[in-house]
Design a protein around this ligand. Structure first.
Ligand SMILES: *Cc1c(COP(=O)(O)O)cnc(C)c1O
Length: 383
């Protein structure tokens, strides 16, 4: 990875520290599975699904192989057809758009809000007014809920569906209600670095619709409810029992981890709040974010990251190229300048180290180093 120190005094994320207290519990669960040889379609997946749907306050949870498959299965269940145009924020992980393309539909990229960098409801409304869009994917990016009620209002006005991409926002709340329970259907990822991370791959679909839940369950397992009776052409998108067991155990710790992340975010914000050279993350008054990432915006971004790397502070960029300008989407004909907020954000954002166990001393060191790097980069650019 470019710009990463060979040895990070402070890493972007630290899973060893998170897993250490859980080793024995996870190993015991894995031993039981190993003895039983029930590696798929058994009790661990079923009990994780019950626990996760309770946590998300939804009727249904269907555990699947990963977050991208969760999006793909959700899109199929919604009845997306080849050639359908689907609104997607320009600032997200590529998978949000890939899922649309992989079901044969066409992503329509929408600019983002300059403070939360989530899909902008005003830009979305302009796109919807043309009358050709069949559905909307809202991403709760960085753990901060999108303006979901405004989006829901829009999708119901235009009588189209709303899919929530919650891959970065497990248990984040909008006006006290968990994300993943607002749209017609929602997709989660349990990629190891997410707020709830698997010991391999993993994902889930949540919904309050019995019909959509049944469709996703069929699609997950080759279109069969009964062995060897295939009602539709499906996928193998199952979650394994070993992963489900670890997820079930880790889910119990998730609320406390999210609280610890919020504490880290509050420490950062308190320390950096009066620095005019840094745009800090905004928390909307209806939002309880879960701080998957702590994303700031600065000019001289690349130089500042280099200087931070020199003193052992790892940083990330989420995301350096907005999706509409990725080579993968060259053929759709987007050009630089079309979605200016997403583009500016892509050139200026930095993700600071963020994980529940990050200490106050380390936050201080990151902030000191950041402020020093900003001053130095500013001086360099003036001569
Ligand atoms: C991680 C992520 C995904 C994809 O999840 P995988 O489990 O890696 O397939 C989708 N959308 C967003 C916003 C993500 O951050």
């Amino acid at each position: 990875m470019p710009n990463q120190p060979a040895f990070s005094r402070i890493p972007l994320i630290n899973l060893q520290q998170q897993h250490a207290p859980l080793h024995d519990e996870i190993l015991r669960a894995w031993q039981t599975i190993l003895h039983s040889t029930q590696f798929v379609n058994a009790t661990e997946v079923a009990s994780f699904e019950v626990a996760f749907s309770n946590a998300c306050e939804t009727q249904h949870c269907i555990a699947v192989s990963n977050g991208t498959d969760a999006l793909i299965l959700a899109l199929h269940a919604l009845g997306v057809q080849a050639g359908d145009r689907i609104a997607v924020p320009a600032n997200s992980f590529i998978a949000t758009a890939e899922a649309v393309s992989l079901v044969g539909a066409i992503p329509v990229f929408i600019d983002v809000n300059q403070y939360t960098r989530n899909i902008c409801s005003t830009s979305l409304e302009t796109a919807l007014s043309k009358g050709t869009i069949k559905g909307v994917i809202a991403v709760h990016l960085y753990g901060h809920p999108a303006e979901i009620l405004a989006l829901k209002q829009l999708t119901s006005t235009y009588d189209i569906w709303l899919l929530e991409d919650c891959a970065q926002a497990h248990l984040a709340r909008y006006q006290g209600v968990p994300v993943g329970s607002f749209g017609d259907i929602a997709a989660f990822s349990f990629y190891p670095t997410k707020n709830l991370g698997s010991t391999g791959e993993g994902g889930a679909v949540t919904t309050n619709s019995d019909v959509l839940a049944d469709k996703v369950r069929l699609l997950r397992n080759h279109g069969q409810q009964v062995a060897n009776r295939h009602e539709c052409v499906g996928y193998n998108a199952r979650l394994g029992e070993l992963e489900a067991a670890a997820l079930r155990i880790k889910l119990r710790y998730l609320p406390a981890w999210n609280v610890a992340r919020r504490r880290v975010a509050e420490l950062y914000t308190a320390r950096l709040d009066n620095n005019p050279d840094i745009q800090l993350p905004v928390v909307e008054d209806w939002a309880e974010p879960v701080w998957h990432l702590y994303v700031i915006q600065v000019s001289n971004r690349d130089r500042i990251r280099e200087l931070l790397a020199d003193v052992g502070v790892a940083t990330g960029v989420h995301y350096p190229v907005p999706i509409h300008l990725q080579s993968a989407y060259h053929e759709l004909g987007y050009q630089a300048g079309m979605l200016p907020i997403a583009e500016k954000s892509a050139s200026e954002v930095i993700s600071l180290p963020m994980f529940p166990e990050l200490s106050e001393t380390d936050v201080d060191f990151v902030c000191d180093s950041l402020e020093r790097s900003i001053r130095k980069a500013k001086k360099e650019s003036q001569c």
